[in-house]
Structures are given as structure tokens and as C-alpha cells.
Design a protein around this ligand. Structure first.
Ligand code: GLY
Length: 743
């Protein structure tokens, strides 16, 4: 029944009681008020109610000597005040533009003041509320609540005054409906009802006066008639009116009274305000001065990492957080246009890397205001918290052992198996023999002494390997055989080249894992970093049985991979690229297998709908665009990788070590040929008479006196001349030597 003004009359109805005696005008009327003292609305309302009580009691025109006593009680009945807030909000928001405009622009700068004349009392209240709510943004709203509370007390005093004037008395009686039928502990029968309720309600409805909120009067539905506000731009200690708001005309630069007589929507000044002058004499809207958190520091959790502490860890000396993620966070916070006081709180036992999902949950349950660190942005987490933009991309990859094939002296033999080499050798001889047979009767080049023909067979067939045979083929059959054979040689040659290239340059993986699909369908154990989301991802998304997964700390990675799945280790490890890159920079015997199969990144975590998440995202993008993000990365991760770029190029070059076998054969054959040749020449030199020797019958024996010069002159002699000399002297050196030299 008394719910026309939910803010105070509900309270009134439950606590008003006669102070003393049966006198129709008691000396004191006690009114009770329930407030949540420890709330911004409660604090403002308390000041307003106190001020209104003082003003009512000091005004002899009201209540005629009866003192109004308001007893305020603290309550956590936030539902009630929440209802009051909703009611006032809906009143303010009933014209949409006010809502959106005030919420976005009036933080601490613009205040809303009821559209009435100035009074000392109002200025006093505004300044007292200002002190109370200095740290709050949007205090225009609180001022409104305060003025409503102030006017409501006045309205109540006037209604009670009128109630007494009409012979109303404050009396209570039992109500037969308030019986405790359950004989329980509620003691409903101890409660009374106020007998003059109907009369008082009439008085409330008919009360109207010029209050701090303008003309305070209700319509038949209990709604305020034409509530209106001045919108004031507070500049330093002064202020200026930049417009008005009323529930009839909305925002306007024209006073509402002049619009009440006009139809709606015809005013060109509707939904307009004069521009706001912000501190610094600027009309550009600032973002604020401090993040509104009641002046409290934000509690920000960070993972107390044990491995890969470059990302985030606690400094043992200063006990503060440090690492790449902390530096990125600090740099981003410094870019915000307002101060964000925060405290970093470690999360984890310091023995193992903490569970990151648990950390995110603590933000969702508001144990932390935010979380900072190498926290992956994954779907299950985005459902309960807000992430910033990623500051590092780090999807999941597979880490597996590799074996580098060592280059050796006989690498040139490796392209073909032994059988293959044998077959190729037999084929060469066979082709030489076949072509010789086919050409022998027709082609002079395949005729001659048997020894020469044998040599021709070998020379011809092996020179086809390089397409360098000199003997021409004249028979059709011989040409056909040769054509097919040359094609076979071409294939053999190119296969050899390709195979040798791949052997010498490609590193072979010593694992059967080729990618996430073969890892999923295999049977081996799979490692993951303890605390990482990779575990849940593999179980829930990839449907890998949990029994195949092994939690490992980064220090255990190398050992587990080297042992292999059959010996108590793992086949491969699934981890985020950010960690794996660091691991690989120190462990060259492992490698990433296949592509990055998820496209995650790391971001900072905030509670749902936190405005900080948006502003921090913008700051991270700025850091990325101006290069600071990369600079911070380089500061923490400058460790040399296994191979420097030039070393990698070197490893792809075919080195001498791969070919010394070939070169040795070549060298030995040259040496042997020289030895054989020189043996023959020396033999000739010894047995051929010298051109300077007078005794033609004497053999050329080594004499110490014979000069080296004479020997070199002999070397320079033509073989034909040497043979002629033999014939002239009737000497014939050993034919073998002669033949050897000719061939
Ligand atoms: N970077 C570990 C995780 O987010 O689970």
C-alpha cells in the first residue's frame, strides 16, 4: 500500500510508531530507515537523510513542534537498495539518451543537479557528497539519489503534518492475519499494523512542494510529475550549465519548462548539450584519471613458473615478479590513459609449474581481479573470463627426437646397394661385349690385336657412363643397343645424383611420428608440460586416452624423448611453440614434427566485461605496432639457436669429407699410371744407347756422371724416334715397355 515511493516509505511503514501517550500530536515521531551503510548509495543517502531531518526539525512551519526522529539501521539488504537503485535508474533512464550519454561521458566531470534554484543547503550537500564519493565515477547519479532521499524525508514530514492536521493519530493494532500458525520462532503475533495507513497514503499522494529535485509531486500512479535536472559542467571550483534533462523532453539545451507546452520531437535543441570543458581546458574527452576500483589496488595473479622462468617468475632477491610477460604487461599498463594501481600475487607452490586453468578460474571466481602470464587463450577459458589480444602467438606443436645422418668418406657409394653396384658393373661389361660382337666384322675400331680389342670393350662401355665414347657404331643393331643403353645410363645417373643429394643434405627423423594424426592413432606415450592446457586439449578435442599422456616438467623433456615410449619415456611431446623454441635452442637432437596444429596465443586475463581487457588489448596492439613488443622479446630471448644461419648453409654444402674416397681412388690411379709409365721410360733409358755415346754396343747403364739434363732430354724425345734408334742400333727394348708407352 505504501509502495509509491519505494526508497523510504517502505521503511516508514514498518517502523513508525507513537512516541508517547495518546496525544494526537506526539512530541516525537520515530521513523526507521534501512540502509546499507557500506555502500556508496547508502553513504550518500545517510548524509541526505540527516540533512533533511535537521532541516525539517529546524523549520517551525512543518510538524508544528513535533520532532522527526529518523533511526537509521545498517543492513545488507542490498536487494532493497538495489530495488531503489533500479527504480531511480529507470527514472533516469526513462529517456534513453540520458542513460547512454551520462554513462559514457560524465565520469567525475559532469554532475546532475535538480532543476531548481540554488540554495546553501544544496551546495553544502553536493560538497559533502563530493567528499564521500571522490573516488567514484559517475557521481551525478549519487547526487540524484541523495536529493531524492532528502526530498523524500521532506515529503514524509509534510504528509505526516497534514495527517495530524486531519485528526490522524499514530496507533497500532494486532492483525488477526498475523498469527504464527506453526508455533515457530517467527513471533508474527508480536507485530502490529499501522491504523492510519490509508489516510497517510492519501496525504503522501496529495503532497506537493518545491523540493531540491524540483516540484515534488506524484501523479495518480505514484510517479513523479516532470522530474527535471540541470546538467552542469564542473570546472575547477566553478561550474556551468550545459543543458537540461526532463522525463518529458529528454536532453536539451532549453529549460524543460519552456518545452512542456510544446509537442514532443519538434524542438531542434532536443538531445543536444553544450560542449563539455574538461580539465586542461580541452573539449576532447579524457579517459579518466584512475581505474575505478574504489581506490583499491587490483589483485593480479601470475603463475609461479619453475621451468622456462624467462616467461614469468619471482625474483629470489627482490621477491617481485619478473619475466617477459611481466614486462609486456607493465609496458601495456603504462600506455593506458589512466593509472591502474595493481599488486602482483604469485600463484603456485614453487615446486611444479602451476595449473593455468586453475589460475584462470580464480579470476572467474573473483579471487583475482586479473591474471598475467603465459596464459593460452583457449575456448574453455574465454567462456568464463575476458582475454586481451594475444601478445605472443604460440600454438601447439609436436616435439620428437631426430637423428642427423653423418657424412662419411664412402657416402658416394650409398645411393646404390651392393647388388645394384654389381648389376650395374655386369651390365657395363655385357653391353661392351654385345656391341663389340655386333660391330666386330664391320667396324675397324673394334678390330686389332686381342689385347687392344679387350681394352676397347672396357673403354667403350665405361665411357658411355659419361656419354664420352669415341668409337662410332656403324651397325644398326649396335646403334639400337647403344641407344637403349644410353637411356638406361641416363636414368641411373640422375637417380644416383638425386639420391646422393638427399643422403648428404636431408636429416632423417628417427621417429615414426609424422604429425598429430599419426601421434593420435599410435600407441606410444605422449608427454605434455605439467599444468598446461595441452592435457585437456588432447583428451577432450583429440580424444587421446588420458592413460597415454605423461605430465613432464621441461627439465624431463630430453630424458623422456631419448628413452622412448618403450623404455618408460615418451614417443613425442605436445607443447606450445613458445616453450618448444626455447627447448630446441639448447637441445639440437630434437625437432618439431609437422605443422603447428592449433593457432593459440597468450593473453592477459580479466574478469568478464572488464573495461580493462579492451583497453589493454589496444595497448598491446600499440606495443606491437611500434616495435616495443619485439624489443621486449629480444631482451629475454636472445639465446643462440643450435645452428646459426651460416652454419645451416654450411651443413647443406657437400664437403671434402664426403668425397675423399673418390679423390683417393683418382689419386691412386694417377699415381699408379705415373709409376708404370716412369718404369717403362726408365727401362728404355737404361737399355737404349745414348746419342752422345760413341760405343754403340755398350748398354745405357746408370752412370753417376750422366747429367739429369740428359735424362730430361730423353723424356722429351718422341717415342717414334726412340723406336727408330732401336732399329738403327739393332737393339730392341722389351716390347712390353714399348706397348705400354704407346697405349
Ligand atoms: N601456457 C600454459 C597454459 O596456458 O595452459
Amino acid at each position: 500500500m505504501l509502495s509509491l515511493l519505494p526508497l523510504l516509505l517502505c521503511i516508514f511503514s514498518s517502523t513508525i510508531r507513537a512516541a508517547q501517550g495518546p496525544s494526537p500530536r506526539p512530541s516525537v515521531v520515530h521513523v526507521g530507515a534501512l540502509l546499507t551503510f557500506d555502500s556508496t548509495i547508502g553513504r550518500v543517502a545517510k548524509v541526505a537523510i540527516d540533512a533533511a531531518r535537521e532541516d525539517v526539525n529546524s523549520d517551525p512551519a512543518v510538524l508544528a513542534g513535533t520532532r522527526l526522529d529518523i533511526e537509521m539501521r545498517d543492513t545488507n539488504c542490498s536487494g532493497f537498495l538495489g530495488m531503489a537503485e533500479d527504480w531511480l535508474s529507470s527514472l533516469l533512464d526513462s529517456k534513453g539518451p540520458l542513460s547512454s550519454y551520462t554513462m559514457s561521458t560524465m565520469q567525475g566531470i559532469i554532475t546532475l543537479r535538480q532543476h531548481t534554484e540554488e540554495s546553501e543547503r544544496k551546495s553544502d550537500l553536493i560538497s559533502r557528497w563530493g567528499n564521500l564519493t571522490r573516488k567514484e565515477s559517475g557521481n551525478f547519479r549519487l547526487n540524484s539519489y541523495g536529493f531524492y532521499a532528502y526530498d523524500t524525508v521532506w515529503m514524509l514530514a509534510k504528509a505526516i503534518d497534514s495527517f495530524f492536521d486531519d485528526g490522524g493519530i499514530i496507533s497500532f493494532s494486532n492483525d488477526s492475519r498475523l498469527q504464527d500458525s506453526t508455533a515457530g520462532t517467527l513471533h508474527l503475533d508480536a507485530m502490529n499494523i499501522f491504523n492510519g495507513g490509508d489516510l497517510l497514503l492519501d496525504k503522501v499522494r496529495s503532497t506537493h512542494f518545491d523540493g531540491s529535485t524540483g516540484v515534488f509531486q506524484f501523479d495518480s500512479d505514484g510517479n513523479l510529475i516532470h522530474p527535471a535536472y540541470d546538467i552542469i559542467n564542473v570546472i575547477g571550483t566553478g561550474s556551468r550549465t550545459i543543458g537540461y534533462w526532463s522525463n518529458y523532453s529528454g536532453l536539451s539545451v532549453v529549460p524543460p519548462e519552456t518545452l512542456y507546452t510544446k509537442p514532443l520531437n519538434v524542438s531542434p535543441s532536443r538531445d543536444q548539450l553544450y560542449s563539455v570543458i574538461w580539465p586542461g581546458e580541452t573539449t576532447i574527452r579524457p579517459r579518466g584519471w584512475v581505474f575505478p576500483n574504489n581506490g583499491k589496488e587490483l589483485k593480479i595473479g601470475y603463475p609461479l613458473r619453475v621451468g622456462y622462468t624467462e616467461f614469468v617468475s619471482k625474483s629470489p632477491t627482490t621477491d617481485t615478479a619478473k619475466g617477459y610477460c611481466i614486462d609486456v604487461f607493465t609496458a601495456a599498463v603504462n600506455l593506458l590513459p589512466y593509472a591502474v594501481p595493481f599488486k602482483l600475487i604469485p600463484f603456485g607452490d614453487g615446486h611444479d609449474n602451476p595449473n593455468y586453468t586453475a589460475l584462470v578460474n580464480m579470476v572467474a571466481t573473483q579471487e583475482f581481479d586479473a591474471a598475467v602470464g603465459d596464459i593460452a587463450i583457449v575456448t574453455s577459458r574465454t567462456k568464463i573470463v575476458d582475454f586481451t589480444q594475444p601478445y605472443l602467438s604460440s600454438g601447439l606443436v609436436i616435439l620428437a627426437p631426430i637423428r642427423r645422418r653423418k657424412s662419411n668418406a664412402w657416402a658416394f657409394l650409398q645411393p646404390f646397394t651392393l647388388e645394384m653396384w654389381c648389376v650395374i658393373g655386369i651390365l657395363f661389361i655385357m653391353i661392351g661385349t654385345v656391341v663389340w660382337t655386333l660391330e666386330h666384322r664391320l667396324n675397324d675400331e673394334f678390330r686389332g690385336p686381342p689385347r687392344k680389342q679387350l681394352i676397347t670393350i672396357f673403354w667403350f662401355s665405361f665411357s658411355t657412363l659419361f656419354f664420352a665414347h669415341r668409337e662410332s657404331t656403324v651397325s644398326t643393331l649396335g646403334r639400337s643397343v647403344l641407344l637403349i643403353w644410353l637411356f638406361v645410363v641416363l636414368i641411373i645417373q640422375s637417380s644416383y645424383t638425386a639420391s646422393l643429394t638427399s643422403i648428404l643434405t636431408v636429416q632423417k627423423l628417427s621417429t615414426t611420428v609424422e604429425g598429430i594424426e599419426s601421434l593420435r592413432t599410435g600407441n606410444g606415450f605422449i608427454g605434455f608440460q605439467v599444468g598446461s592446457f595441452a592435457e585437456n586439449y588432447m583428451v577432450e578435442e583429440l580424444r587421446i586416452p588420458r592413460s597415454r599422456l605423461k605430465a613432464l616438467s621441461p627439465e624431463e623433456y630430453a630424458g623422456a624423448l631419448e628413452l622412448g615410449s618403450d623404455n618408460g619415456g615418451v614417443t613425442a611431446i605436445v607443447d606450445e611453440l613458445g616453450y618448444v623454441e626455447i627447448f630446441l635452442s639448447k637441445n639440437c637432437q630434437f625437432s618439431i614434427v609437422g605443422p603447428e596444429f592449433t593457432k593459440n596465443g597468450w593473453g592477459f586475463v580479466f574478469q568478464r566485461d572488464s573495461p580493462l581487457a579492451v583497453d589493454m588489448s589496444t595497448a598491446i596492439l600499440t606495443l606491437s605496432e611500434n616495435g616495443d613488443l619485439q624489443r621486449i622479446h629480444d631482451k629475454w630471448f636472445t639465446r643462440a639457436a643450435c645452428f646459426s644461419e651460416s652454419e645451416e648453409i654450411d651443413s647443406e654444402r657437400l664437403s671434402l669429407s664426403s668425397f675423399w674416397g673418390l679423390f683417393l681412388i683418382c689419386g691412386i690411379s694417377c699415381f699408379l699410371a705415373l709409376v708404370i709409365y716412369l718404369t717403362g721410360v726408365i727401362y728404355q733409358y737404361i737399355h737404349l744407347p745414348s746419342t752422345h755415346q760413341q760405343d754403340p754396343s755398350s748398354h745405357r747403364m746408370p752412370k753417376l756422371g750422366r747429367s739429369l739434363r740428359e735424362f730430361f732430354s730423353f723424356l722429351n724425345d718422341k717415342e717414334e724416334d726412340v723406336q727408330k734408334r732401336y732399329s738403327q742400333r739393332g737393339h730392341k727394348p722389351d716390347g712390353d715397355v714399348s706397348v705400354n708407352l704407346e697405349t
